[in-house]
Design a protein around this ligand. Structure first.
Ligand SMILES: *Cc1c(COP(=O)(O)O)cnc(C)c1O
Length: 323
């Protein structure tokens, strides 16, 4: 059982929580929004919460180098890179433009790979190792071998999996659940983008046993992610001593809004971004939150959203500037 370090606080909390009056009127159901796009850290996004614990652990372990991996436009690598610079730790990241699930082929089209987070990563000082597109497993294997070679050079390396989905990352979202419960009304459901899983796992861990259901809108065409979420949830059980004993089937994980693949913008996502921007003045992103909001619109249309719904804005807006 690992320990929970004292977090290094960098985000402004609580992040704003407010009702979307105009969208609610338009969709005919009560929609609120949690503004994790406005954490005030490194242009916002859900990774700031995870990193407060992860970077505290990096420092506590005395590591001098962090190795991670992700897509070229990873919002996690941007926020990690900045945080590493702040604590004086080297940050190396193996990246692919368009990683895809094992057994699949590269999506026919993929999102812009220049601009956006790549510019911000340069400011942060991320040491980027770009490799050709391939499956996620290959990306992870390359990160592992980079970590090994840096160790062989005498570096004290801390490895972080894709998206920071470790038990500590999930713990930060359990705490985000607490923050939300203290802040607002009781919601019937929370709708969030879900990818590496710790956002959904953490929120579900907090809200289990209440009336609040958590609906994860997947940004990856991979139904097996629920198995990884179940493993992560049991690790979070051990970390907290609060045993939820979730099984894979407990995760409400919607695969209907992925479109043509991870990182490939969808028509519905584009429509959702346009609608929220023009109705409320809030921008979503094309890879995660836009697809999640497209899911919310669809579920509202099918009458699946009764009572109060909270849309969790996970950030990601730098990817809007990559076309
Ligand atoms: C990483 C990310 C997500 C997914 O969060 P997970 O905890 O990895 O499931 C959603 N939205 C944005 C903008 C992200 O960067």
């Amino acid at each position: 059982m690992s320990r929970i370090p004292e977090p290094i606080r960098v985000i402004q909390r609580p992040t704003p929580l407010h009702k979307l009056e105009r969208i609610s009127a338009q969709l005919g159901c009560e929609i609120w929004i949690k503004r994790d796009d406005l954490t005030g850290f490194a242009l916002g996004g859900n990774k700031g919460r995870k990193l407060e614990y992860l970077v505290a652990d990096i420092v506590a372990q005395g590591a001098d180098t962090v190795v991670t991996c992700g897509a070229t436009q990873s919002n996690f690598i941007r926020q990690l890179g900045v945080f590493c610079a702040m604590v004086g730790v080297r940050c190396a990241a193996v990246v692919m433009d368009s990683p895809f699930p094992d057994g699949n082929t590269r999506p026919a089209s993929s999102h812009g790979h220049q601009g956006g987070n790549t510019i911000l990563n340069e400011f942060a000082g991320v040491e980027k190792v770009a490799i050709p597109d391939g499956p996620w497993s290959e990306l992870e294997a390359r990160a592992k071998s980079l970590a090994e070679s840096l160790r062989a050079e005498g570096r004290k390396v801390y490895e972080i999996p894709i998206g920071g989905s470790t038990p500590l990352g999930a713990y930060s979202f359990r705490e985000a659940g607490r923050e939300t419960a203290e802040q607002g009304p009781e919601f019937d459901q929370i709708v969030t983008a879900s990818s590496s899983g710790s956002t959904q796992v953490g929120l579900m861990h907090w809200f289990a046993g209440t009336k609040t259901k958590v609906i994860g809108v997947s940004c990856d065409p991979e139904p097996e992610i629920v198995d990884d979420m179940a493993v992560l949830a049991s690790e979070l059980d051990d970390l907290t001593g609060v045993h939820r004993d979730f099984r894979a089937s407990d995760f409400d994980f919607r695969l209907d809004y992925v479109g043509d693949g991870y990182g490939v913008p969808s028509e519905e996502g584009r429509a959702a971004i346009t609608l929220l921007a023009r109705t409320e003045g809030i921008f979503l992103d094309p890879i995660y939150s836009g697809k999640a909001f497209a899911g919310l619109i669809s579920l509202a249309g099918k009458g699946e959203l009764t009572g109060k719904t909270l849309f969790w804005h996970t950030g990601g807006t730098p990817a809007l500037f990559t076309y």
